[in-house]
Design a protein around this ligand. Structure first.
Ligand code: SAM
Ligand code: SF4
Length: 362
């Protein structure tokens, strides 16, 4: 019996167990962990993966997160906001291609005009789609009232990564000011849940200053917060960001990639019924990265449906994949790739988090 099998026999994983699993660099142990997570995925959420089309509809952002390529302080970025009509064309394309939901993502803005625009956009999307079509928002920190207004308008899911659940680490990767406050982020996450959303969070893996203990705490944080969906992936550096100067501290890319797979696998074991995304950042490191994520326990894919002309202006990190493609090219290659790893896309399922359904029924 190898080290991984011994730990995996336990009913409940302690922090020490999680640290040991995340530290398994030996191939046999790593593979044992991944296989165990995949068997749990198969029996709890199945081998069909959910897809949501991602629309990065604006890169206008008032914040300055030290890791992000579209931070306000990066003056090299061409700022855009896709008009509603164009967003609705993407939604039409998504419906034609049997998508059962979309994710609207943007930089962070919070003002009355933005709130109102999003409310009206949600209402237009609801009118243009079937009642089951799901809208996920990823628009950063907002007031409880704004979250509620968008929920009441028809959005059902909200993604707000905690980025790093350790307050000290959070402070190291954000400017030290009120706009980037750990407690506010936490409060916002709680408010998305209180407003009624299926709540998603996540972290970046392989950040400078981050320890394996921090990552184990991140997983325990996600479990304690009773989160419904998770998107976590490798941190990838961008030359035009302040965090770039710590490049030499980073794990090599393949190690960051394998550590991300182990994070997904351990989380699937800890929370068998949640939705876990295989993120684009995985694909940036390895062409089959997202599919490897699916084999480690992830069950959600978010193909990029942002019209091609905007993609070069939404570079969160370097080597972001598919920036020269249009949505239909992305879709062709996606279904092919998913089949290659023995999985199927659940084009006709709404893909609500089973964890959320259980949470609501209790
Ligand atoms: N502005 C919203 C927010 O911050 O929640 C949503 C958009 S933001 C670009 C989406 C996510 O991108 C962030 O939560 C962050 O984890 C991720 N991200 C930003 N820069 C990154 C980087 N250099 N490497 C990996 N992920 C990054
Ligand atoms: Fe803005 Fe989000 Fe990037 Fe932070 S992570 S700078 S809030 S887009």
């Amino acid at each position: 019996m190898n080290a991984a099998s011994e730990i995996l026999m336990k009913q409940e994983l302690s922090k020490e167990d999680i640290v040991s699993l995340l530290s398994l660099t030996n191939k046999e142990d790593h593979d044992t962990l991944i296989k165990k997570a995949y068997s749990i995925k198969e029996s709890c959420v199945g081998k069909k993966d959910y897809v949501r089309g991602l629309i990065e509809f604006s890169n206008q952002c008032k914040k300055n997160c030290l890791y992000c390529g579209i931070r306000a302080g990066n003056t090299k970025v061409n700022r855009y906001s896709i008009p509603d009509e164009e967003i609705l064309q993407v939604i039409e394309f998504a419906q034609k291609n049997k998508f059962t939901g979309i994710v609207l993502q943007s930089g962070e803005q919070n003002n009355i005009d933005f709130t109102k625009r999003i409310t009206e956009l949600i209402i237009k999307i609801k009118k243009a789609t079937t009642p089951e079509f799901r809208i996920t928002l990823s628009l950063g920190e907002q007031s409880f009232e704004t979250y509620k207004e968008w929920f009441d308008a028809g959005a059902q899911r909200y993604l707000l990564r905690i980025e790093a659940s350790d307050e000290e680490l959070y402070k190291k990767i954000h400017p030290d000011n009120e706009l980037h406050n750990y407690k506010t982020r936490l409060e916002c996450l709680e408010n998305t849940k209180r407003a009624g959303y299926q709540t998603g969070t996540g972290v970046m893996i392989g950040l400078p200053f981050q320890t394996i203990e921090n990552l184990a705490d991140d997983l325990l944080f996600i479990k304690k917060m009773n989160i419904d969906m998770v998107g976590m992936g490798p941190y990838l550096e961008h030359a035009d960001t302040p965090l770039y100067k710590y490049k030499a501290m980073l794990l090599p890319l393949t190690e960051r990639f394998n550590l991300s797979l182990r994070m997904i696998a351990v989380l699937r074991i800890m929370m068998p019924y949640i939705n876990i995304a295989a993120t684009t950042a995985l694909q940036s490191i390895m062409p089959m990265g997202r599919e490897r994520g699916l084999k480690a326990g992830a069950n959600v894919l978010m193909p990029n449906l942002t019209p091609g002309k905007y993609r070069k202006s939404y570079l969160l990190y370097e080597n972001k994949p598919c920036i020269d493609e249009e949505a239909d090219e992305c879709l062709d290659c996606l279904s092919h790739r998913v089949k290659m790893v023995g999985e199927e896309i659940a084009y006709d399922e709404f893909g609500d988090s089973k964890h959320f359904i259980k949470r609501k029924n209790n």
